[in-house]
Write a new protein. Structure first.
Length: 290
């Protein structure tokens, strides 16, 4: 120590070394740590690593074998804003998993085994801006209100999944949505999906890889680009009657016929009764005159 109280260069290096050692001690094994970032990419992890610093802002768990994220342990990372879990084994039960990381802005769950997205999956992520759930081939359902609370969502990627249908309100009601990945999904372009296709043509959202947003079924529309089939679907849905439509029309026709028949029968009875009373009244008058 110098007379002025300032540490000598050797002492300063020692203090810096102690600080770096402290960082290494707080870093999970098999991971590398920098300021507020923990990177555990490709370490063949089967679970969330222990001893993650509580002030971590960015956590990268990509390319591992993690099949479950414990909500309690994850909630300790209350300041987390960036979470990369791509290329893991995360399955269908993610409801309430992210309940304790409300500050999360970026979440990557691509290349996993997700099967559905419900309201409870991301409902607590009020600050979420980027959500990547692409390349989940078993993802077949996204509930209508799945993103109701994610009003800041700007980037949503559901490419290369098992989705055949997506309710229009699921994405239409996201005021900040600017990027929506939909390509390479087995979309079922029926009349129920017409509203969504119409929204695609009218919205200001960017659809990357648009040439691969095609219909998978029905057979007559297979491999056709989704926005292009809007006119065909309008014609089909407005002119084609299905079996249940014919049944409904037959029932309506029968009801009208039955109602008409009953009305005519009642009218006939009324006429007969009226004629009977009229003729009887005339006979009584004639008898009184005589």
């Amino acid at each position: 120590m110098s007379p002025s109280g300032r540490p000598q260069p050797l002492s300063l290096m020692f203090l810096l070394g102690m600080g770096m050692a402290s960082e290494r001690i707080n870093c999970p094994s098999s991971c590398t740590c920098q300021y507020l970032e923990v990177n555990c990419t490709g370490q063949q992890l089967h679970e969330l690593p222990a001893a993650i610093p509580l002030d971590t802002r960015q956590l990268i768990l990509a390319v591992n074998n993690i099949s479950y994220l414990p909500a309690v342990e994850l909630s300790f990372l209350a300041d987390l804003v960036y979470l990369d879990c791509r290329k893991n084994l995360l399955g269908d039960d993610l409801d309430f998993t992210f309940i304790g990381v409300a500050k999360l802005v970026y979440l990557d769950l691509s290349f996993n085994n997700l099967t559905q997205v419900t309201f409870s999956t991301f409902s607590n992520l009020l600050s979420l801006v980027v959500l990547k759930i692409s390349n989940n081939p078993n993802l077949v359902a996204i509930e209508k209100d799945a993103f109701t609370n994610n009003t800041w969502l700007r980037h949503l990627d559901v490419r290369r999944t098992g989705l055949t249908f997506l309710d229009t309100s699921t994405v239409r009601d996201l005021p900040n949505l600017r990027f929506l990945g939909l390509s390479d999904n087995p979309w079922h372009c029926n009349c129920s999906f017409l509203d969504f296709i119409t929204w695609m043509t009218e919205s200001n959202v960017h659809f990357p890889d648009a040439d691969n947003i095609t219909c998978y079924t029905p057979e007559g529309l297979h491999a056709q680009k989704m926005p292009v089939v809007e006119t065909q679907l309008h014609f089909i849905c407005l002119t084609q009657l299905y079996k249940q439509d014919y049944i409904f029309l037959c029932l309506i026709g029968f009801c009208i016929f039955f109602a008409g028949t009953m009305a005519a029968w009642l009218a006939g009875i009324c006429v007969v009764i009226y004629e009977f009373h009229t003729s009887k009244g005339k006979e009584e008058e004639e008898e009184e005159d005589t």
